[in-house]
Design a protein around this ligand. Sequence first.
Ligand code: ANZ
Length: 831
Amino acid sequence: MSDALNDDQTDEYAPGKLEPRMQQAWLQTGVDRVPVRDSRPTRYVLGMFPYPSGKAHLGHVLVYTISDSIARLGRYKGYRVLHPLGWDAFGLPAENAAIQNNVRPDTWTALNVQRMHEQLRVLGYSFDLDREINSSSPDFYRWTQFLFLKLYEAGLVYRSESWVNWDPVDKTVLANEQVIDGKGWRSGATIERRLMAQWYIRITAFAEDLWRGLDHLHGWSERAVSAQRNWIGRSEGANIQFKLVGAEGSIQVFTSRAETLMGVTALVLSPEHPRLEELCSPERVASVREYVKQALLKAEVERQAMEAASGVATGAHAIHPITGEHVPVYVGDYVIGSYGTGAVMCVPGHDTRDFAFATSTSLPIKRVIAGRDGESDDLPFVTPGIMCNSGKYDGLDVPAAREAIVADLSAKGLGKQTVNFRLRDWSISRQRIWGAPIPMELDERGQWHPVPYADLPVLLPLREEYKPGERVQARSASGRALEADTMDTFMCSAWYAWRFLDARNDKQPWSPELANEWMPLDYYVGGLEHATQHMIYFRFMAHFLHSIGLTPTKEPVRNFLDNGLIRLGGHKMSKSRGNVVAPEEVVQQFGADALRLYVVSDAPFERDKEWDDEGLKSKHKFLRSIWALLGALPPSGAGMDPDFLDKGRLDDWGIAIVAQAYRALQELDLAVDKLRSFHVAVAQVHTMFSVLSKAKGEAADPAHAYAFSYAVAQFLKMLSVFCPHIADGLWQRLHPHAGSIFTRRWPEIDHDIIQAAEAVVMVGVTVNGKRRAEIAANRKATDVALQELALAALEERTANWRQTNSASRFVIVRESSGAPKVVNIVASSVS
Ligand code: ANZ
């Protein structure tokens, strides 16, 4: 490699030349590849795999700069690091683009993968590309299908006709996680409700487990855990039966406030409730139908957010399980079909929505909880208090009344304690062609069967002559009709992390032995927007795989680094807004290192960051000054190991500078590895460089050059964590016989040196007010000793200084601790 460097003996910092050359060299030496198995501990670092849109954006740059810095530091510290890259290649955007441009979605995707490869390549990330995966390739999706069958075998896949979220623009069903504020997560279209037969994955079977797991996510941000918590939404309460008047069976409601049972003045069913029609009295059928029709047009969020809850009476009545009174049964759209039992007991005295409902439908409003002294008595009264108008429960406080009422209902067989989750089963059918085919086939009698494992993969039926949007009916090996719907792409991303462990295995999705070795992920980097959908499915998959022995832990991710957005003009960058900064243009102008350094500096990575050209330019300038200062140093000789430190050769000055390097290395390590504070780590790079710049004058002294060169070598390692090209470029320029910096180790921090340095301070020396030198002195040095050191330093710089100058006065400035700070000398020249 040293040959290749020769043309770089120019003194200008030229990232345009340097960066491609370094990338080429790394590719040849394979420093990015996972080393073969040995006794070192493993570290798995992953940035969420990108969707191959054909346009890498700054979000990608941020994610992979973070993952790359963790990966590089990990390698230095002796870990075997896995840092792979793959493509989340199925999905609607590819299919929509294919329709628009009349190309096959696989052709379009392959082209985009190629483009994005190129865009990411110039950033110099250390990805192990031997393990690259593409979720739309049959060697990947056959295992997606394999896992689907495993889930099916475990009883976790079922088909059901139910109300689904229909995206009218993308013409497909979406999972609840993919509906954001009532809109499709890709198209932004208002979601409609439709009744359709779909394949579901029973993620709710793991709801309790996923909930409990949250307590162990110590390496996740508070906000990511709380997003999960809200999504899973565990709620303790009771199911209570209300027998019907003049009809079979009963209506079951879910309540988290059983103590308010004596204040019930109606039951309200959701518009989706299966018994609704049958319960209606003949004169009410028409108006209930009309109401339901309107209600089902509304998005779920719209219904939940409604201030004034509306509804109509069904004409049916139910029997209060304690008083035996008849309560009217209503339908109301604020009751959600898929939550709890899809029916509620309406307690208008103590619930805001029930109160609104009772007001709009003229139902009676009853108080059963009294406020404590001095509390407002207004209804609805939603704070805890003392029970009243509740017969034998009067006088109890809320928790006691709740317990007593549930116990009484249990005794009668009319109620029991239960836990409810907001989490719904995962609907995975997509009515689209560009996804993993669902391996299910239909027999002549209309029964579904899983495709045998031996027949996988079920290949995508794409015709040679692609017709936009056309769905082809494929037949299985046994001649049966295959399911034409494809799987939600989130199914691919729920398990891809395991595939990287064993990307070329054609016998198994991965070897469980490798999962034991590498999982869980040590660091996972990606946007907070994935904290619910993807991270719910990913966690679910891990819990499931753990239950069948394919992965060692239930939780897949130790440290989840949820980054913020990069904005421009206060908005998320987007093509439609026209506020996009293209990474490749930045790289061309300022270099990849400057861009990488810029995206992680200044502010915590969790926060949104406003793009600022000036900030970027100043990073470029910073790198330029590093090149100017260090590139001008003389290269080391053949026998010299830049990492070897002979302590015996260090004087006080040397101890001080090596100690500063060690401290900076420690701080950077801590910031990247433990504190997730990449901006703090970058600040250390700046601080250490300013130490080196100040010390450079002294470094010319042969007694100091040795220590300085060692400190520079260690500084380059710090720099290389974020700016690999310039750091390795300088390293190889200064140490032409030492190979790449990335074959090196993080130094063992010598604490004796740090301790020794604590006794030493750097002291400025001025002559007639001008700074002339810097000396290393003991904190407790006497004035006389300081004078001697200062004069010796001046002599060092200017031969015969003592003979040609006469020092008439010394003024020594000390810190309040007594440590010397500056030695001021008043002198005149001896003529
Ligand atoms: C009676 C009651 C009285 C309620 C009261 C609240 C206050 P969480 O905690 O989120 O689980 N509920 C139950 N199922 C519902 C559905 N399908 N759609 C809309 N609302 C539903 O909320 C549980 C409470 O939400 C339940 O407790 C029920 O109203 C309502 F003073 O029952 B409650």
